[in-house]
Write a protein that binds this ligand. Structure first.
Ligand SMILES: Nc1ncnc2c1ncn2[C@@H]1O[C@H](COP(=O)(O)OP(=O)(O)OP(=O)(O)O)[C@@H](O)[C@H]1O
Length: 644
């Protein structure tokens, strides 16, 4: 078990996208909830006006008491008590308007944020599950989980706390500025000029925060990967007494994470402190310049009082921005990290026919592959939001008669660069033929199966099923043709029935028939609730053999033309293996089969045996032919005979 090194970055970090582009990415999600967003934006108008009018009302009250000339005419003509009552009434109205509209607006914005977060999470899940296995080879699960959970969570805040909040803050500042200039332009200009250096400072701290936050999220992903790895490998951890060693590794990762988080806290605090300080300087500036004007009798006291409140309120939106700052920046980091995954191209895609096939006018386009029969294949759009499954009629179909032929045409394959693990494989398996793949460990047997199932694409050459290049048919159609039983039967959390159907629709009779045909019905019926027995995630309440028996039923119910068994009976004890052997033989009847087995005794009766060595097909023939040949197979057989 290895802990991924921090420098080992499986998800390609593409060019840092600027915030604007990242924001636009969110806008497409925002549009889906356009009406709610519009209503919540409109509600900002009365809130901002009520907020900006309050200092004027307070200034008027002071001017009224001091009988200053700038008092509104309609107040001047009223008795003092009545004038003050009117001003108090108006002030109360602005307070009520702010309270009600801010509450409703906040609720709507949070609601939209949650809906957007859910949409993004759905799209991410759909995209991740469409990515090629190659992506998962280089991406630790813990990192993916962090991106799907806490990163997506942080995203919601960008729009809710962030975008709408910023619009609200900018609008408030605009209204305050307009009213200030109406009252006294010199003081208004002074406050306006103070905004520029402050904004510059905020942008600087914002950038620093952003960098620190990105690193902190990376460290969190690493922390989660370490955690996930330790939990899934807990048996090995405990059996090899690696608890302390792993705890040390975890502590080191945790320390790195805390260090990066400290850095983000520093920048966050720096922004808040700067704004606190600047707001006080602004009030002092107003008192200084306003005081001079008052002494020169160019300014009434009431207006000065209004400007002291304006100075506070003008920086209020900026101060609030600082508070939202953390959420917004964390959100942008999240968009950046999520974009990394959403931009991950879907390597293996379905072809789609464009235009009319019948008239011969249709064209097909395929990415990265050689054109099959000179045709152009158009791949299905990779964007999850617009992920469309091509209608069956538009995708190439496999023939329905004489089915089950497999052809490898000069296939080469490498997991990395030119490090070929499959070299120039060229063979045909006839419909109904049973083939065994044997060879030393690492010879490439499982890789052949992965290529046939199109979990990976060949680097060179092509694979045909029933005469059609497998890249020219939909993955669903290809995988319908094939039943694969691997060494470890994977179990999902759910009941026995759903673990056999795997989401496809089958009647209970079909499920039972499949179980009976593979001799697993007896085992299922012995379970506490039979077919309704709940199985835990990864089937922790079943033995390996029992999981494997369910995998047989899962393959049988699909009635595939091609059956692939990759060490499928290796985890069964001799008794159980004999028990399902005849079921297996029935299952194999009339189907093409590829069987990988290390125990050569289990494949004696197959039609042909392919012997692989370092990715090359070195021998092929029946058991007896290969023994007579006296080559690699005969050697392996000899060794196994000696072992028994
Ligand atoms: N995901 C992967 N990324 C990189 N290399 C891989 C990957 N999977 C397998 N390999 C390499 O490809 C080669 C062939 O592996 P493969 O699993 O096909 O062998 P195999 O014959 O099935 O072995 P075994 O009998 O042990 O299951 C090996 O050298 C292996 O290290």
């Amino acid at each position: 078990m290895t802990i991924s090194a921090p420098g080992n970055q499986p998800i390609r970090h593409r060019r840092r996208q600027n915030d604007w582009r990242l924001f636009l990415r969110l806008v497409s999600y925002g549009r889906r909830h356009g009406r709610l967003l519009l209503v919540s934006t409109i509600l900002l108008v009365p809130v901002a006006i009520a907020n900006a009018v309050q200092p004027i009302l307070i200034g008027q009250a002071i001017s009224l008491i001091r009988k200053e000339p700038n008092t509104y005419d309609f107040l001047k003509n009223l008795p003092l008590g009545q004038g003050l009552q009117i001003l108090e009434g108006l002030l109360l109205l602005t307070v009520v308007v702010r309270l009600i509209f801010t509450g409703v607006q906040g609720y709507l914005v949070q609601k939209v944020g949650q809906q957007m977060t859910a949409d993004i999470r759905n799209d991410l899940f759909a995209h991740v599950t469409s990515l090629a296995v190659r992506f998962f080879d280089r991406t630790p699960v813990g990192k993916l989980i962090t991106r799907l959970t806490s990163d997506v969570e942080a995203l919601g805040d960008v729009f809710t706390t962030g975008a709408i909040g910023i619009i609200s803050d900018l609008f408030s500042m605009l209204v305050i500025l307009v009213l200030m200039f109406q009252q006294q332009w010199q003081l208004a200009l002074m406050l306006l000029l103070m905004l520029f250096p402050v904004t510059g400072l905020i942008i600087f701290f914002q950038q620093q925060y952003r960098k620190a936050n990105y690193k902190a999220r990376e460290e969190l992903s690493l922390l989660n990967s370490t955690l996930q790895e330790n939990i899934s490998g807990i048996n090995v951890v405990q059996m090899f007494r690696r608890e302390q060693f792993n705890a040390e590794l975890f502590r080191a990762t945790n320390l790195n994470y805390i260090r990066e988080v400290d850095r983000t806290i520093f920048h966050d605090s720096a922004v808040s402190a700067t704004l606190e300080w600047v707001a006080l300087v602004a009030v002092a500036g107003v008192l200084w310049l306003g005081g001079i004007f008052v002494l020169q009798e160019k300014l009434e006291f009431g207006v000065l009082a209004a400007f002291i409140l304006f100075a506070q309120r003008l920086f209020d939106p900026l101060r609030q921005f600082a508070e939202k700052f953390t959420a917004i920046q964390a959100g942008f980091t999240a968009v950046e990290r999520i974009s990394d995954i959403l931009d991950e191209p879907i390597e293996i895609r379905d072809p789609v026919w464009v235009g009319s096939r019948e008239q011969g006018a249709g064209s097909r386009e395929r990415q990265g592959g050689q054109g099959g029969q000179g045709s152009k294949l158009l791949t299905v759009n990779s964007q999850p939001s617009s992920r469309s499954v091509a209608p069956a009629s538009t995708v190439n179909q496999l023939p329905t008669t004489q089915v089950g032929e497999i052809r490898f045409e000069h296939v080469w394959f490498a997991y990395k660069n030119d490090d070929y693990v499959i070299k120039d494989l060229d063979f045909t398996i006839r419909p109904g033929e049973k083939i065994a793949l044997v060879g030393p460990t690492g010879a490439g047997k499982s890789s052949i199966i992965r290529l046939l199932c199109r979990l990976y694409e060949p680097s060179k050459g092509r694979i045909l099923v029933d005469g059609v290049d497998i890249r020219d048919i939909s993955q669903a159609e290809l995988r319908c043709r094939m039943g694969v039983i691997l060494q470890e039967g994977f179990i999902f959390a759910g009941d026995v029935k759903s673990n056999i159907t795997l989401g496809d629709t089958y009647t209970f009779d079909e499920i039972r028939a499949a179980a009976e045909n593979t001799n697993v019905a007896q085992f299922i019926e012995q379970l506490p609730q039979g077919y309704d027995t709940q199985l835990r995630e990864r089937g922790t309440n079943l033995s390996s053999g029992q999981k494997q028996l369910l995998a047989f039923a899962r393959a049988a119910i699909r009635n595939p033309h091609i059956l692939v068994l990759d060490e499928a009976t290796a985890s069964l004890d001799v008794g159980t293996e004999a028990y399902i052997q005849d079921a297996l033989e029935r299952l194999l009847e009339g189907r093409t089969a590829i069987i990988i087995a290390h125990r050569l005794s289990t494949i004696r009766n197959v039609d042909r045996i392919f012997v692989l060595k370092r990715g090359e097909l070195v021998e092929s023939g029946t058991h007896n032919e290969l023994l007579q040949l006296g080559g690699l197979y005969a050697g392996l057989h000899q060794l196994q005979m000696l072992g028994t």
